[in-house]
Design a protein around this ligand. Structure first.
Ligand SMILES: Nc1ncnc2c1ncn2[C@@H]1O[C@H](COP(=O)(O)OP(=O)(O)O)[C@@H](O)[C@H]1O
Ligand SMILES: [Mg+2]
Length: 284
């Protein structure tokens, strides 16, 4: 059986993932706060909407209006899809008390999603961020079971391709908040910020991708108006350009380059970076 692929809305990311996401499976986008997880997940939904699909955005910490209004700053009009009745945006709050109360009945959670999405007739779902869902839970075992059941129910009852986002604490090298969301997902995309020569560069890598010949390099990316996430060159290329290349240029300079060019060399490597076109580095 050939596994059917679903586009993330970012052609280059689909290629990195080995052909896109597998239809009906669950994926995790993980990283510290402010790295672009929500934007990436919205882009995945926008791709579905453009294809005439019905999609759901479930906010677990922010006001959903705020998120959709924020998306207009990127030139993405989710409201018109909402008015057309093909986008189901809503908030669910599950606090630790509910978790204890519901115990194993994570089915209640799924029933809510099914109810809110016209009987579950959606092909893409985003839960943003799943880390907020089981916050403050006393028993780790309960959280693990809870998340596992939610993923299973989503896959079995709704069959949508699902993206979970996960906030991890700053400076942590964990892949998820609770330490096992990554095992429960079919794939993990890690987004971050890297300091390269004093500049913050956005990075993205595929950490896990079941049944796919994924490219595991660390890539750089930019967030751009309308285009959203735009993948740039691999991080190592950018590092070489920002850190190593000015030195190389200076070494090579006397014989083959005019004096004036050396004078304009700031030594930061910016000019190399700018030459990548797609990667216009403005520090966030
Ligand atoms: N309209 C925009 N144009 C360019 N970059 C933006 C825009 N809106 C937000 N960003 C960038 O995206 C970041 C937030 O992305 P977001 O997806 O909300 O992060 P996360 O969900 O990982 O916390 C901001 O810190 C900012 O750098
Ligand atoms: Mg977010």
């Amino acid at each position: 059986m050939v596994l059917e692929r679903v586009s993330t809305g970012i052609t280059k990311l689909d290629r990195i993932l080995g052909g896109g996401l597998i239809r009906g499976k669950t994926y995790l986008i993980t990283g510290e706060t402010g790295v672009g997880k929500t934007i990436l997940s919205l882009q995945f939904l926008m791709e579905g909407l453009k294809n005439g699909e019905h999609v759901a955005y479930v906010s677990l910490d922010e006001r959903v209006q705020g998120v959709l209004e924020g998306a207009t700053t990127l030139g993405w009009d989710f409201w018109s899809y909402y008015k057309m009745g093909v986008l189901y945006p809503f908030e669910i709050r599950i606090f630790s008390e509910d978790l204890r109360k519901y115990g194993k009945s994570s089915r209640a959670y799924i029933d809510t999603i099914i109810k809110m999405t016209n009987g579950g007739r959606v092909s893409r779902i985003v839960l943003d961020p799943i880390s907020a869902m089981a916050f403050g839970a006393m028993e780790e075992f309960a959280v693990r079971e809870y998340i596992r059941e939610i993923i299973l129910f989503l896959e079995e009852k709704i069959g949508a391709t699902t993206v979970l986002t996960c906030d991890i604490p700053s400076g942590s090298n964990r892949l998820s908040r609770f330490g096992y969301e990554e095992f429960l997902s079919s794939g993990v995309i890690v987004v971050g910020l890297r300091n390269v020569g004093g500049r913050l560069v956005r990075t993205l890598m595929v950490r896990k991708m079941r049944w796919s010949p994924a490219d595991m390099s660390v890539y750089t990316f930019e967030i751009m108006h309308k285009r959203g996430v735009v993948i740039g060159p691999p991080l190592r290329t950018v590092e070489a350009a920002l850190q190593g290349a000015p030195q190389l240029q200076r070494d090579a300079q006397p014989s083959d380059q005019p004096e004036r060019e050396l004078e304009t060399d700031s030594g930061t490597g910016e000019e190399y970076f700018d030459s990548f076109g797609d990667v216009d580095v403005s520090s966030p």
